[in-house]
Design a protein around this ligand. Structure first.
Ligand SMILES: N[C@@H](CCC(=O)N[C@@H](CS)C(=O)NCC(=O)O)C(=O)O
Length: 215
């Protein structure tokens, strides 16, 4: 049966799910939120998306978006300003795709190596490679413009933000002491902003029959 509102299957801490929630909330859309425990994925999710990663967005016509970036674009296409100064994120800028691809590819692999490596030496090597490949270039960009692709927030800022937050959280003291003050300022500003805070409340895993939870 098709849902009466779009349904987002999400996992609070997943950076892909965070970017999807940010875009859906920014767009001002009414979305039913279903928190998923990754170890016990609900049958309703597996039925519509056998690949079973989160986020997944089921639309009211029954179609399904299974990639976080597709969900972001779908949301931005439906953006409704809620206040006069509420501006839609920039998108379609020249290096948006390349920057996000680097984040989702090589940087994500290094982030996983840094976060999950059994050996301290391997983790340190991944961290240093990530500094050189992605973190230092982002710092240089942010010394020139306030956001990654200009003077206002872009889809790339929001797509990349949850991954930098995760990277910074692996060793918060180490990141605070690393030579990336402008990136830290960007990260602090965006993660303390009302939008980010509004998509991070904790929810118990969804079960069939639960009352509606709105994103
Ligand atoms: N390319 C996907 C990646 C999503 C993804 O890998 N999500 C992780 C959680 S952060 C997941 O669902 N993993 C499956 C699992 O852990 O069972 C997207 O952009 O949405």
């Amino acid at each position: 049966m098709n849902p009466s509102l779009p349904v987002l299957y999400s996992f609070r801490r997943c950076p892909y799910a965070i970017r999807a929630r940010l875009a859906l909330k920014h767009a001002g859309l009414a979305i039913a939120l279903r928190e998923v425990a990754l170890k016990y994925k609900p049958a309703a999710l597996l039925e519509i998306s056998p690949k079973a990663t989160v986020p997944v967005l089921q639309l009211v016509d029954g179609s399904v978006l299974e990639e976080s970036l597709d969900i972001m674009h779908w949301a931005l296409d439906r953006f409704e300003p809620t206040q006069p100064d509420h501006a839609r994120w920039r998108t379609g800028c020249a290096d948006e795709l390349a920057l996000i691809a680097l984040n989702d590819g090589a940087f994500k692999r290094l982030l996983d190596g840094y976060k999950y490596a059994d050996q301290t030496q391997v983790a340190a090597r991944c961290r240093d490679e990530a500094f050189e490949l992605f973190i230092a270039p982002l710092e240089r960009r942010l010394c020139v413009t306030r956001y990654l692709l200009g003077e206002s927030p872009s889809l790339a800022d929001m797509a990349i933000l949850p991954f930098i937050r995760q990277f910074a959280g692996v060793d918060a003291d180490g990141f605070a002491a690393a030579p990336f003050p402008t990136l830290r300022h960007w990260l602090d500003g965006l993660t303390h902003a009302p939008l980010f805070v509004s998509v991070m409340p904790k929810h118990a895993p969804w079960q069939p029959g639960d009352p509606l939870t709105l994103l």
